[in-house]
Design a protein around this ligand. Structure first.
Ligand code: NAD
Length: 325
């Protein structure tokens, strides 16, 4: 019996080919944009789909499951799974799977890139050149800060956080302090990382605060106005995890008031919108959720997303099944 899959946006060919090679039937939204919800729901009514391959831009919830009652697995082309109502899916016996580890190096490198771009004022300096303002070497323009000996305060020391810690400690000589709900013996051993038992304790110690937790009910607004007051005024904040982990409006106020020195954000509370005033701040770098945007990471994500569906259809254990407690 053939299986039928609905794919909400074109993913790299390597993943599509895996599904084709298995002889599965599939339909794929072919526009180069986020699929409008009405269009997705209408497509799901057309045929009986057994599987959904979704992106983080689609909210997969009870309404979707009601519309496509034959769906048995949702394979999310992302490590984050906050766009899928996993509890509702599990209630209905639907498996949810993701792509953990596929983008670890990409996002860790991107985190380092954001930190360096901020501390060396790369974006402003580039704009200065393009504006024709460079009139000759100047000992005082674009003075940055160096990272060696400074402290990285890591919030979330899982795959991406740990890899960023390795790069920043081994490569750039940063000291690592971290807060997580779990101790991470590996980075303690490999990077001399020091565990700190609360965010409140971590923030005053850090020169760079970098967030790498999943978006869960427990991590929503994990950083709020009170937390910004605890940061060093010279510190910078990096968020490549998920937007709602930070109270973005409170961050704009904190930056305006000088509670911290700058921020680099790849993710936003109400994507694709950004908080009022964020784009007017000089000490901020904003990128369009491209932490995993490397050829290798995206191909690996496609392979893993396809593999999840293949494992499920072949009656094997779905290794990347999302489990929520
Ligand atoms: P991971 O599961 O390996 O690590 C997450 C860590 O957060 C774990 O160590 C966990 O114990 C910790 N954690 C969970 N709840 C916490 C809490 N309340 N307080 C402190 N720590 C807590 O995940 P990962 O692969 O490192 O990915 C992290 C997140 O990065 C993903 O969930 C995703 O949202 C985001 N991400 C973003 C991009 C991007 O393009 N910007 C790409 C990939 C992943």
């Amino acid at each position: 019996m053939s299986h039928r899959i609905y794919i909400t946006r074109k993913i790299p060919d390597v993943g599509i080919k895996m599904l084709q090679d298995k002889g599965y039937e599939f339909d794929m939204y072919m526009e180069n944009q986020v699929i409008p919800r009405a269009e997705m729901l209408s497509a799901l009514k057309e045929k009986e789909y057994d599987a959904l391959l979704t992106l983080l831009t689609e909210h997969i919830d009870a309404e979707v499951f009601d519309t496509a009652p034959s769906v048995k697995i949702v394979s999310n082309y992302a490590v984050g799974f906050n766009n899928v109502d996993v509890v509702e899916a599990n209630k209905r016996g639907i498996v949810v799977a993701n792509t953990p580890g596929a983008s670890t190096s990409a996002v860790a490198e991107f985190t380092v890139a954001l930190i360096l771009a901020l501390t060396h004022k790369l974006i402003d300096a580039d704009q200065f050149m393009r504006d024709g303002k460079y009139k000759g070497w100047d000992p005082y323009i674009f003075l940055g800060t160096e990272l060696a000996g400074k402290t990285l305060g890591l919030i979330g020391a899982g795959r991406i956080g740990s890899e960023a810690a390795r790069m920043l400690s081994h490569g750039l000589g940063m000291k690592i302090k971290y807060y997580d709900t779990r101790r991470n013996d590996v980075i303690e051993k490999e990077c001399g990382a020091v565990f700190v038992s609360s965010i409140e304790e971590l923030l005053p110690l850090a020169d760079v605060v970098s967030i790498h937790v999943p978006l869960l009910p427990t991590t929503h607004h994990l950083l709020n106005r009170d937390h910004f007051k605890l940061m060093k005024k010279t510190a910078i904040l990096i968020n490549t995890s998920r937007g709602p982990v930070v109270d973005e409006t409170a961050l704009v106020t904190a930056l305006r008031e000088g509670l911290c020195a700058g921020a680099a954000l790849d993710v936003y509370e109400n994507e694709p919108h950004i908080a009022d005033g964020l784009d007017m701040l000089p000490n901020v770098i904003l990128t369009p959720h491209i932490g995993s945007a490397t050829d290798i990471a995206r191909d690996t994500m496609a392979v893993m997303a396809a593999q999840n569906i293949i494992e499920f259809f072949e009656g094997e254990e779905v290794k990347n099944k999302v489990v929520v407690s």
